[in-house]
Write a protein that binds this ligand. Structure first.
Ligand code: DI6
Ligand code: FE
Length: 402
């Protein structure tokens, strides 16, 4: 078989089958941007490749999938961080008109070029840590004009960097100031105008909402999700981050791809997620940065067989985190995830949280040839390091992009 590129003399963590799929003397072969073989070199079909890379024992994993970020925004919230250090809570700041609202003001004021320029360094940091697919949410525009601008910028990032971008419409992130006295009116505006327009313009791959006392009620979220279904878009939910409004149960019953955060989720939520196959996306950066003390119900999720993903939640208010490796370390240290759960959670399960597990997330024939090649002696080192970055190379669609 003739192929474009083979990577030889590598150790693989394929993330396929049981566990992380370790292959000691492994090989990956690629044609037209897709994997045609990944597995033991000794079992490979006869191949002749235009280009061969010897990996000298380095580890290859699927490219990292960061399945929950808000990385397109303007400004930052360092001042609010200082206020929180001095004793204010995240919810106090939000109720006083700061928090998300301050990022909304800055994001509305930025034009698309400025927004792109401010977002690029965050994307570049993720890419430097092996990310090949990133989900980016809107939610700091909160009007049709500015939500569409954010989503266009998110799409434009994929034109200026080698990365797959999945876009999520998060119009129901906060009630904007101009709708403060009529939150239900804002939800109606999302349902009747913003969401259908954004869907019709092909600006989003999914719809998300923030189900919380400072966000939207389950009844409001249900209206947004029904509109998503009418528009043919899958749903996700920020659920049970600060309190338990039973949003995860609602999301699972409506067939959500994922329910995210989940610190306050209960057994009913876990059972509903298990039944629906909804992925639990854990966001230890937000847990750490807000000094949350309630742990997500990892034991319950595990025993119910709910797939667990891990993401950065990169955002200016609760998780200014641009390292998926550090997210894995935090998930292990703070949430007691195993190394295998962390690695699956940022590859295969993360791809499922985006509904694209058939295209990316494992080293298997037919999937996109998105690889991360690491200078480590074992996969555990990827989770173990704090602030180190052992990425050797990033391969996107079969091309070495550094
Ligand atoms: N939960 C979060 O942690 C982020 N959004 C959300 O719904 C925080 C967003 C922000 O504070 O800017
Ligand atoms: Fe988030």
């Amino acid at each position: 078989m003739q192929c474009d590129h083979v990577w030889l003399d590598a150790r693989l963590a394929t993330m396929a089958g049981e566990g992380i799929g370790i292959v000691d003397d492994g090989m990956v072969a690629c044609t037209d941007g897709r994997i045609v073989y990944a597995g033991p070199a000794a079992e490979a079909p006869l191949l002749s490749a235009s280009t061969t890379t010897r990996c000298t024992g380095r580890w290859i994993t699927p490219g990292i999938v960061d399945c929950h970020t808000h990385l397109v925004y303007a400004g930052n919230r360092a001042g609010e961080f200082e206020a929180r250090l001095a004793g204010a809570t995240y919810e106090d700041i939000a109720r006083a008109g700061g928090g998300i609202a301050s990022t909304v003001s800055a994001t509305r004021a930025a034009d698309a070029h400025e927004l792109l320029a401010e977002s690029l360094p965050r994307l570049d940091a993720l890419l430097a840590h092996g990310v090949t697919t990133v989900e980016i949410k809107s939610g700091y525009g909160l009007s049709l004009e500015h939500e569409a601008k954010m989503l266009r910028v998110a799409g434009a990032l994929a034109n200026v960097r080698n990365v797959r971008v999945r876009r999520t419409f998060l119009g129901a992130h906060a009630v904007p100031a101009e709708w403060r006295h009529n939150p239900d009116g804002y939800v109606t505006h999302i349902v009747d105008c913003m969401l259908p327009t954004i869907a019709a313009e092909g600006l989003a791959d999914a719809v998300d909402a923030f189900c919380e006392g400072i966000g939207f009620s389950p009844a409001q979220v249900e209206l947004v999700f029904a509109a998503a279904a009418r528009a043919g878009l899958p749903i996700k939910l920020h659920a049970e981050q600060l309190s338990n409004l039973h949003g995860a149960t609602l999301a699972a019953r409506m067939g959500a791809l994922s329910a995210d955060h989940l610190e306050h989720a209960d057994e009913e939520a876990v059972a509903a997620m298990a039944q629906a196959g909804t992925v639990a996306v854990l966001l230890p950066g937000a847990f750490y940065f807000t000094r949350e003390d309630r742990l997500p119900p990892v034991g319950l999720l595990r025993s119910a067989g709910v797939p667990i993903a891990v993401a950065t939640d990169c955002n200016p208010g609760t998780s200014p985190l641009v390292s998926p490796l550090l997210a894995m370390n935090m998930a292990a240290t703070l949430f007691r995830l195993t190394v295998a759960e962390c690695l699956m959670g940022t590859t295969r399960v993360a791809a499922n949280a985006l509904g694209i597990g058939d295209k990316i997330g494992t080293l298997e024939a037919g999937k996109a040839c998105d690889l991360a090649i690491w200078d480590v002696g074992s996969p555990a080192e990827l989770v173990y390091g704090i602030g180190s970055n052992p990425l050797h190379a990033r391969i996107f669609g079969g091309i070495n992009v550094g």
